[in-house]
Write a protein that binds this ligand. Structure first.
Ligand SMILES: *[C@@H]1O[C@H](CO)[C@@H](O)[C@H](O)[C@H]1NC(C)=O
Ligand SMILES: *[C@@H]1O[C@H](CO)[C@@H](O)[C@H](O)[C@H]1NC(C)=O
Ligand SMILES: CC(=O)N[C@H]1CO[C@H](CO)[C@@H](O)[C@@H]1O
Length: 420
């Protein structure tokens, strides 16, 4: 409750310069995945100012790590917590579900703003029928536990799917779920509709490009200017793959009678490094993908099919994770390196003076507001060097946190406007 955040998500002289257009807008919601499969990450206390410095307002965890949930108390940042696939069988027992909710959710409310539990990650893609069969009962059991605790109005229950649950996704209007999964998905969609929870999908144009680099135009997957393509059924024009993927999900939901379910993108991102046989995994492409994506989020863009629905996106991921198995790209999806410095120039500036001790002086006036730098930072201002992205990128992010007097806020906005 102690902080209110205003994010003046101003897109960046840099973007304005290269695109030739001025952009300014308000973002009230930037989500990120905080994965921790690593042995070199900063302490959660130190991650708080880092997350704030890049304007994060929503965090998705893959578990319900008590250290993280404690560290983020009273920050106002919203959390989706995860209940892992290994617990699906167990949590069908109502007593176990109640216990889980009590110690992983209830214990942190209301100081830590947990708003959603995702039960199981990409469960349906494993083709493990016993695991898949446990999914909905586990979701129901956790929901019932929330009802019993009186928390179901503030905490929703969902699960996260991989895009590979779609059988067809192009053109977007042809989107359908895999035939063998429809019987299992329909009752899950019914659960969403009845309990008012969102449908979560992990969508990675990167993987489409990686598996077919000769056919898939890079500009189309990186949100760069390109001719795009027309959906012959809806006549809607798509100039990026992510929007096509999201609309294919809407179409698939519609085909089962759930046109109105809200879809959230629980993961999307681009790796800044990969193996030799992983085309496209470069820091330049990662910067384009995530930079352009954040710009679209700031503009409150919807997809061609749902132009007035905000993109509800959790970027993957906050940090590079050195202990993830698989090809190199898997360990290089982070916006930040473990030491808190940017993995590549993100296209907006970061500022945190307090990594290392994890402390922000939230009481004092100066703790409330991050300095605004226009153009290149004044010499000396980056003396701690800590998160300032190379000022050569000449990009800004205006990030105002705390109880700033409203008059001051307007002064700042005016100043920004003037400079732009
Ligand atoms: C699961 O089954 C689908 C459809 O039969 C198949 O396309 C997919 O490759 C399978 N996935 C795994 C991980 O075995
Ligand atoms: C943060 O600062 C407060 C007050 O200055 C202090 O009580 C607290 O122990 C500090 N926490 C850390 C992690 O340094
Ligand atoms: C590099 C940089 O600009 N650091 C600043 C970050 O913000 C704190 C206050 O929140 C300043 O004291 C630092 O100078």
């Amino acid at each position: 409750m102690e902080t209110t955040s205003f994010h003046y998500c101003s897109m960046l002289l840099f973007v304005a310069l290269i695109s030739g257009s001025m952009y300014a807008g308000m973002v009230d919601s930037l989500g990120i995945n905080y994965g921790q499969i690593a042995n070199n990450l900063p302490s959660p206390e130190a991650v708080v100012p880092l997350a704030k410095s890049i304007g994060i307002t929503r965090i998705k965890l893959y578990d319900a790590d008590p250290k993280v949930l404690k560290a983020f108390a009273n920050t106002g940042i919203e959390f989706i917590v995860g209940l892992g696939n290994e617990y699906l069988a167990k949590v069908q027992d109502p007593a176990k579900a109640q216990e889980w909710v009590k110690s992983n959710v209830q214990a942190y409310l209301p100081a830590t703003k947990i708003t959603c539990i995702f039960v199981g990650n990409e469960v349906l893609t494993f083709n493990d029928t016993s695991l898949s069969g446990n999914l909905l009962p586990a979701m129901q059991s956790v929901h019932t536990a929330l009802v019993t605790s009186g928390l179901d109005k503030q905490v929703t229950v969902t699960t996260a799917h991989s895009l590979s649950i779609l059988e067809t996704s192009f053109p977007p209007s042809s989107g359908t779920f895999r035939r063998d999964l429809r019987g299992c998905i329909s009752p899950i969609l019914d659960f969403h509709a009845k309990t008012g929870s969102p449908f979560l999908i992990n969508a990675y144009p990167y993987f489409a490009f990686k598996s077919n680099p000769k056919q898939v135009p890079l500009d189309y997957v990186l949100f760069q200017p390109n001719a795009g393509s027309l959906d012959p059924v809806t006549n809607l024009h798509y100039d990026n793959m992510l929007f096509a993927q999201i609309d294919a999900v809407y179409a698939a939901l519609g085909s089962l009678g759930y046109k109105k379910l809200p879809v959230h993108i629980s993961e999307t991102g681009w790796p800044s490094k990969g193996d030799e046989d992983e085309p496209g995994a470069t820091s330049d492409n990662a910067k384009k993908y995530n930079g352009n994506l954040i710009k679209l989020i700031c503009q409150k863009k919807g997809t061609p099919l749902k132009p007035s629905s905000d993109l509800n996106i959790y970027v993957f991921a906050l940090f590079n994770e050195n202990m993830k198995p698989g090809p190199s790209s898997e360990r290089n999806f982070g916006l930040l390196k473990p030491d808190g410095t940017p993995a590549y120039a993100l296209g907006f500036s970061l500022n945190s003076s307090s990594i290392g001790n994890g402390n922000t002086s939230s009481g004092s006036g100066s703790g409330g507001i991050n300095p605004i730098t226009i153009g290149s930072a004044p010499p000396g201002s980056s003396s701690n060097g800590y998160l300032s992205i190379s000022s050569a990128s000449a990009t800004e992010r205006y990030h105002l946190i705390g109880s700033i007097p409203i008059t001051m806020l307007w002064l700042v906005l005016l100043l920004i406007k003037h400079v732009l």
